[in-house]
Design a protein around this ligand. Structure first.
Ligand code: 13P
Ligand code: MG
Length: 367
């Protein structure tokens, strides 16, 4: 059987209201247009949203970074941009201002995560979609899923996992990449990925039996478009479960203890990452708090059987309550760190206007 590819491609096409969520008309239009491509380019598709991110989940046999698949996603985003402009949605078309479509969406602003594999007899897959977070936010969760036996007892109990996993890490500052193996190189791995503003886990592979792909996060290129920093925030992540990979519950467990991530208001604040059901994947309080939804599918001959809304479970109520508490504690700090991101992590030029007006008033300290 030919390999199947899952492509998750997403963009902010226009927010309702502000940056809160995606308008239902966009969801309907995108679903219809992608359904039209099924049987031709696509095997199956599912359209959803996380906050103001319009998310396309597509299966096909064209492999990763395929110009036709990416071209299809781009054209559907463009069609949706027309609707967003008609509705005068917030920031309509901002993500599409890069001046056209290159060979794939890496050349444009929509973010993508793609995973190509030979289907197992049973192929459970989880798709994590977030809003108001920055790339690198998944580092913590991926480490706990694939390298922490306190989260994933399968690392001890399942011989198929005992060989550990290999983490492909990208350095966003120096544009280099390294692959580090767990458990042997765990400390070095943590030394890097514990700084998620610079080092981002892009892929995880099982070390035993041919380095089978286990997880992929969305691409990282950041850019300034139309004078506005857009970047590739609000990343997505695809993870395979069971049979040689962590169990579904082991993959979800890291989200039961809220991690503090960068993003939230104006992309400039730390906040707790709240696991939510799809019906709660809308950002309101202080434009957040940052949130993650997760859809589970069984992939069967490329068909997406599901979805199951994985965080629609009282098992995550306590995590959500703790997120509210953490949000309250951080909000007390107002414009102070550690709620506001450290200067080096703010969007480039974020405080230039202050320096322009007040820079000349600073005088050297007397010696
Ligand atoms: P997004 O990351 O969803 O674009 O939100 C940005 C923002 O400014 C929220 O206050
Ligand atoms: Mg967003």
């Amino acid at each position: 059987m030919q390999d199947v590819t899952i492509s998750v491609i997403k963009a902010e096409i226009g927010g309702l209201v502000g940056t809160s969520r995606v308008h239902p008309e966009l969801l309907e239009k995108a679903s219809r247009l992608l359904k039209n491509a099924e049987g031709d380019l696509l095997i199956d598709s599912f359209v959803t949203h996380a906050g103001d991110e319009l998310e396309f989940i597509m299966t096909h046999r064209n492999g990763t970074e395929d110009p036709e698949i990416h071209g299809l996603a781009w054209s559907v985003f463009l069609e949706c941009t027309e609707t967003a402009k008609n509705l005068r949605l917030f920031g309509a078309g901002n993500d599409m201002l890069s001046g056209g479509f290159g060979d794939n969406v890496k050349d444009t602003v929509p973010g993508s995560a793609e995973l190509e594999f030979a289907e197992r007899e049973s192929e459970p897959v989880l798709i994590f979609m977030a809003d108001k977070i920055r790339p690198g936010s998944w580092n913590y969760h991926l480490y706990r899923m694939f390298a922490d036996p306190f989260t994933t007892p399968g690392l001890i109990l399942d011989p198929a996992l005992a060989g550990g996993f290999a983490f492909e890490v990208h350095d966003c500052v120096d544009g280099r990449t390294i692959t580090l193996a767990t458990p042997t190189e765990s400390y070095a791995l943590l030394a890097y990925i514990g700084a998620p503003s610079r080092y981002v886990v892009r892929r995880v592979r099982r070390r035993a039996e041919g380095e089978e792909i286990a997880a992929v996060t969305s691409d990282l290129r950041t850019d300034r478009i139309g004078g506005r920093y857009t970047g590739k925030d609000d990343p997505v992540m695809i993870v395979r479960a069971q049979d040689g990979f962590p169990a579904t519950g082991e993959l979800l467990e890291p989200f039961a203890s809220p991690a503090i991530v960068a993003g939230w208001m104006r992309g400039s604040h730390h906040g707790p990452l709240m696991p939510v059901a799809l019906y709660d994947a809308n950002c309101t309080r202080f434009d957040g708090p940052p949130r993650v939804a997760c859809l589970g599918f069984q992939v069967a001959d490329g068909r997406l059987v599901g979805p199951v809304d994985m965080f629609d479970d009282p098992g995550f109520d306590r995590a959500r309550d703790r997120c509210h508490e953490i949000a309250d504690i951080l909000r007390v700090h107002g414009p102070f760190e550690p709620h506001r991101l450290p200067l080096a992590e703010l969007e480039p030029g974020a405080l230039d206007h202050v320096e322009e007006e007040f820079g000349k008033r600073w005088k050297p300290l007397p010696r």
